[in-house]
Design a protein around this ligand. Structure first.
Ligand code: 4NP
Length: 159
């Protein structure tokens, strides 16, 4: 079955490191594939600590080195209505899944799970780079790029 528009939401804790990285990388790939009018992308955090803030400057810098622009993004908190709107809700780690489950309506028909399932690694979590060194942000990018490629392939097959 073909759908006119598919909506993807990336989830992490603060919405300033991992999920904005996924947001920027996936949006870039969607745009590059000429599918900007068919696929909508957003990201949100399970916590409200950083609402309205730009992504962490280390995430912005690491993404920019690979040609991805995170500067327009601003943090927001995930809300129950996200489950009414998004077809894919993709979390970075298991704690995010547990936190989101508190606001997941019964019978959510979309795909709610770990992002790395789309990299063929369904049990793998994207580690939180916030308190670590710069290489943590490179690792996040490696993982997110791999999963984004898999996700785009799956969605392209549905369109
Ligand atoms: P994120 O990283 O969940 O990848 O955005 C974090 C950002 C901030 C905090 C934790 C994780 N914090 O505790 O402020």
């Amino acid at each position: 079955m073909s759908k006119n528009k598919i909506k993807v939401l990336f989830i992490c804790l603060g919405n300033i490191c991992r999920s904005p990285t996924a947001h920027g990388v996936f949006l870039h790939k969607v745009t590059e594939a000429g599918l900007g009018h068919r696929i909508e992308v957003d990201s949100a955090g399970t916590a409200a600590y950083h609402v309205d803030k730009a992504p962490d400057r280390r995430a912005v810098a690491a993404a920019a080195r690979r040609g991805f622009d995170l500067t327009p993004l601003r943090a927001r908190k995930a809300i129950p209505e996200d489950f009414l709107e998004y077809d894919y809700i993709l979390a970075m780690d298991r704690q995010n899944i547990e936190d989101m489950k508190r606001i997941t309506p019964a019978g959510y028909p979309g795909h709610f799970g770990l992002l790395m399932g789309f990299a063929g690694e369904p049990d793998v979590e994207v580690p939180d780079p916030y308190y670590g060194e710069d290489h943590g942000f490179e690792r996040v990018l490696d993982m997110v790029e791999k999963a984004s490629n898999g996700l785009l392939k799956e969605i392209e097959a549905r369109l």
